[in-house]
Design a protein around this ligand. Structure first.
Ligand SMILES: [Zn+2]
Ligand SMILES: [Zn+2]
Length: 350
């Protein structure tokens, strides 16, 4: 089988030909039908996250070892299972939950495997979907696609569940006030869909790109504000009816987090998802006095992915735009993403 691996950070993914792996123990072998290319694949490929002030978080320090097959947004068909996997329906089309933990630590026991301290995530710590086949450690990580198009559904495993999990953190607030969504790329459009599906008040979208603001309005955003306007924070606060109650920052840069905090009403809640990087200086008394809630959100849980897939199966969430490409164009796809030339999620098809 083919797999495209990171063998050296920043260098083109290397095509390797390997034996199709045989599932052992509880493992399941999945034939890949679609594998999405995520912005975090770029970080893994580059080998670091920007912490601001010239500091970097190296992925080697997080235990990521090369060579590694990228892609954590995988849909495929179950073709074989190990002897301890229990009853497994071969031929089933499934999306794979990639945020796999050790299964034993307190986070895993709570069902928050995405917060495990010894993660086994596919396409990050273990080989992922830019290949003809992928090994999944247990059949419970497979979510039945039930007729959904694998190419359109693949981004749910990261882009979708990340957005969904972050919006769920606002709880009842989504019914009380519009959510300010910073970043109108793929995740931003998904956020508008999720808010509609959950019966929220809607989204006020903020972006520097006029075309993306336009796309967000077409998608049903209540308002679209230019993040670079000198009075952007005032405009957001006014559109939100006297300060934002809930701000979702899908960019996570110095400028966007600053804007999020400046736009908040008293008691505002900011959830940061984006990993663009940087740092901020914050006067600490502001946090208790206003009082603000600043929370991070990292991907999502298996139950959240199941909820999201069932919302799409019920037609309550429309798939985000995707650009399918053959698997052997993965390096071109990576370059296009690196240079910001991508409209819709690129999904590689073996
Ligand atoms: Zn991702
Ligand atoms: Zn764990």
């Amino acid at each position: 089988m083919r797999c495209y691996c990171v063998t050296s950070h920043g260098q083109p993914l290397e095509l390797k030909h390997q034996e199709v792996p045989q599932p052992q123990g509880t493992e399941v072998l999945v034939r890949v039908k679609a594998a999405g290319l995520c912005h975090s694949d770029l970080h893994i490929w580059e080998g670091y996250y920007d912490l601001g002030g010239g500091k970097k978080l190296s992925l080697a320090d997080r235990g990521i070892k090369l060579p590694l097959t990228l892609s954590h947004e995988i849909c495929g068909e179950v073709v074989a299972a190990g002897p301890d996997a229990g009853p497994v329906q071969t031929g089933m089309a499934a999306i794979v939950h990639p945020w796999i933990g050790c299964g034993a630590c307190p986070a895993c026991v709570r069902g928050e495997e995405n917060l495990c301290i010894k993660p086994q995530s596919l396409g990050v710590m273990r080989n992922g979907g830019f290949a003809d086949y992928v090994i999944v450690p247990h059949p419970r990580y497979l979510v039945d696609l039930g007729g959904l198009d694998p190419v359109k559904a693949a981004p749910l495993a990261c882009a979708g569940v990340t957005t969904y999990s972050a919006i769920r953190k606002f709880g009842e607030r989504i019914h009380e006030a519009p959510v300010v969504v910073i970043g109108a790329g793929g995740l931003g459009l998904m956020a508008i869909e999720v808010l509609k599906a959950l019966g929220g008040k809607g989204a006020i979208v903020v972006d520097i790109d006029a075309a993306k603001r336009e796309a967000a309005l077409k998608e049903g955003a209540l308002a679209a504000i230019d993040a670079r306007a000198p009075d952007a924070a005032t405009q957001i606060a006014e559109a939100a009816g006297g300060g934002a109650r809930a701000v979702l920052d899908l960019v996570g840069a110095t400028s966007t987090v600053t804007l999020a905090l400046d736009s908040c009403a008293r008691g505002g809640h900011v959830v940061i998802v984006g990993l663009m990087g940087g740092d901020i200086t914050l006067a600490l008394p502001i946090i208790p006095m206003r009082p603000l809630r600043i929370e991070g959100s990292y991907v999502g849980t298996l139950p959240e992915l199941r909820e999201l897939v069932s919302l799409m199966r019920d037609g309550k969430i429309r798939p985000a735009p995707v650009s399918p490409r053959p698997l052997d164009e993965v390096n071109e796809a990576l370059q296009a993403l690196h240079h910001g030339k991508v409209v819709g999620r690129q999904v590689l098809v073996p």
